[in-house]
Ligand binder design. Structure first.
Ligand code: SF4
Length: 260
């Protein structure tokens, strides 16, 4: 029997052998397995089910309450105005560098009235040790003027009004509302972004979306605490480059364990 082109090497089917139906449907895999097969185990590639996220969040909360029962902002302040100014200054800067600068700044400009009357060049020397000090000085003066003109020199307890102030974005507004007024919210900074990923709590990249994910997982009355506690955990233990994984109480939950 002459060979037909393209059939070379194929085994002829035995008589009566049934053709196995070839399915074009992808094989069902759990989200975790799907993600693991794509990546090398890096936290950034894993997908975690909502059920697992909720269990993780409960464990994270319990550990945070044991580690940092008194978690609070490390930005030195005595009133909402100082907290707002310090939080604006902390953008792309460390809290420690802000705390070094603010005592003299607040002494010279103790409230929105005083700061509103200043020229940015008068503010610059007080914050020169902090990154982006020129644009921050400009924002602080404009922010103080707006506080005086539109809010009676008080910090508004309203996210939209806060966000309308120069230099104030979603994160700063959420931090100030939570720390100064106890308004529930999880502000997401660089530490929370990293931890949400490592602990399998969110796959999002955008801080606002990560915040929304976290707020779905933690009880509302714990949102402000979770924000502060995770910042402390990220700042002092689960650092970006050299996390202290040995003996970590969140080892079981961590998707990045063993990566260092
Ligand atoms: S095991 Fe390491 S990477 Fe994971 S949460 Fe703990 S310190 Fe962070």
């Amino acid at each position: 029997m002459p060979r037909v082109e393209g059939q070379q090497g194929r085994r002829p089917k035995a008589k009566g052998q049934k053709l196995k139906a070839k399915s074009h449907e992808p094989k069902a895999k759990s989200p975790e397995l799907r993600a693991q097969s794509r990546g090398k185990g890096s936290a950034g590639k894993r997908l975690v089910s909502l059920k697992s996220k909720k269990a993780r969040a409960a464990r994270v909360l319990s550990v945070m309450e044991q580690l940092y029962p008194q978690a609070a902002t490390e930005l030195a302040h005595t009133n909402p105005f100082e907290l707002l100014i310090a939080t604006v200054l902390s953008a792309q800067a460390t809290d420690a560098s802000v705390n070094k600068a603010t005592p003299a700044l607040f002494k010279r400009f103790p409230d929105a009235f005083a700061l509103a009357q200043a020229r940015p060049e008068e503010v610059e020397p007080y914050i020169k040790t902090i990154g982006l000090y020129r644009s921050k000085a400009k924002n602080l003066v404009m922010l103080a003027r707006k506080l005086v003109e539109e809010h009676g020199a008080e910090v508004p307890m309203d996210k939209a009004k806060l966000r309308a102030l120069p230099g104030v974005g979603w994160k700063t507004a959420t931090v100030v509302l939570g720390a100064a007024f106890g308004v529930p919210g999880i502000a997401v900074d660089t530490h929370l972004t990293r931890l949400a990923r490592r602990l399998g709590l969110s796959e999002q990249k955008d801080p606002e979306k990560i915040g929304a994910d976290l707020e779905r997982l933690f009880p509302k009355e714990k949102w402000v605490f979770v924000h502060h506690a995770l910042i402390l955990f990220g700042r002092y233990r689960c650092t970006a480059r050299k996390p202290q994984c040995e003996g970590c109480p969140l080892w079981a939950e961590c998707l990045s364990k063993g990566a260092w």
